[in-house]
Design a protein around this ligand. Sequence first.
Ligand code: 5GP
Ligand code: MN
Length: 348
Amino acid sequence: MTAFRPKIINFLERDKVEALRQVVQTNRRFVITTHVNPDGDALGCELGLFHALRQLGKEVAILNHSAVPDMYAFMNREGYIQKFEPEQHTALLKQADVVILVDIGEWERLRTVGEALKELKRFTVCIDHHPPNGRAADLEIIHTQASSTGEIVFLLLQELGIKFDLPIATALYTAIMTDTGSFHFTNTTVNSHYMAGVLIELGVDYLGIYRQVYENEKLGKIRLLAELLSRLEFACDGRVAWYVVTREMLERYGLKPGDTEGLADFPRRIQGVEISVLFQELKDRLTKVSLRSTGNIPINGLAQKFGGGGHPYASGAVLEKPLDEVVEEFRRSIEEFYRKNKKLLPVG
Ligand code: 5GP
Ligand code: MN
């Protein structure tokens, strides 16, 4: 009998791998960054790359527009991930030979880091799994078939001959686990499971990470969810469900804007619901929309209509409009969306 070997599919493009190898070999100072309100995938990739580059003797800093959200504080006990403070960090960015952007489909979502970068014009590498949307880095390693940017970083580090020590394995496992909703979103593949298996074999505390991410909620968030569920609204014969989070509600439950992570997914559990939406008031005239689909109906086109983007089944937008206006606009668009896409819809 032949020995069983995990069949991880390496979907990387040779020329891109060689280009990255060259970039890494010929440069010394690296800055890594990601999108506003980073998630587990973004932070895990940053840490994985950080440790890998340090293994190669490079100088590395992680600088993000947003501070690490409370729910991911467990990933940053060492404080390697820093919030970008222009006065303090612009010099660091200026000195960098290379800036690596992870999990970011759109320059705009880099916020202050992106603004600083536009002026400084550093060599940029983008590693991502979002469909291209107004992004332009000097070297782009983009694979939309990857469940997470973590899968791409896994393969790249393998190519670079990095030793997968425990911090790297833990960072990559967290990236893949969180972006697949712990291996149940429709982006989950055999590859995701194989990679997770390899990482667990290396000693990753997978149960501990699960507990940190999914069983460590603030009580206020669960109480908020209870209120949201009691106010759930439906459209299109129960195929669309949504709820609205105001600033007043966040304050009442002692929460921060980033604490709503995961709430957009919840209404998908309801029988017959195909699309769930979370509207969140950020400011008087600034509203965030998070769209989720159960996996039959791509909704990133809808997000693009609102000026955002994202994955086919998980996307979003931030609009410079008041909350009520956005909800009303969405209500109209979603009815029209279903009328126009009748062909796509399951019969019955
Ligand atoms: P979330 O709803 O969890 O914030 O974001 C889900 C996905 O939607 C993200 O991974 C990202 O691809 C996309 N997304 C969220 N907000 C925006 C946005 O303002 N602009 C764009 N282009 N994409 C977004
Ligand atoms: Mn991601």
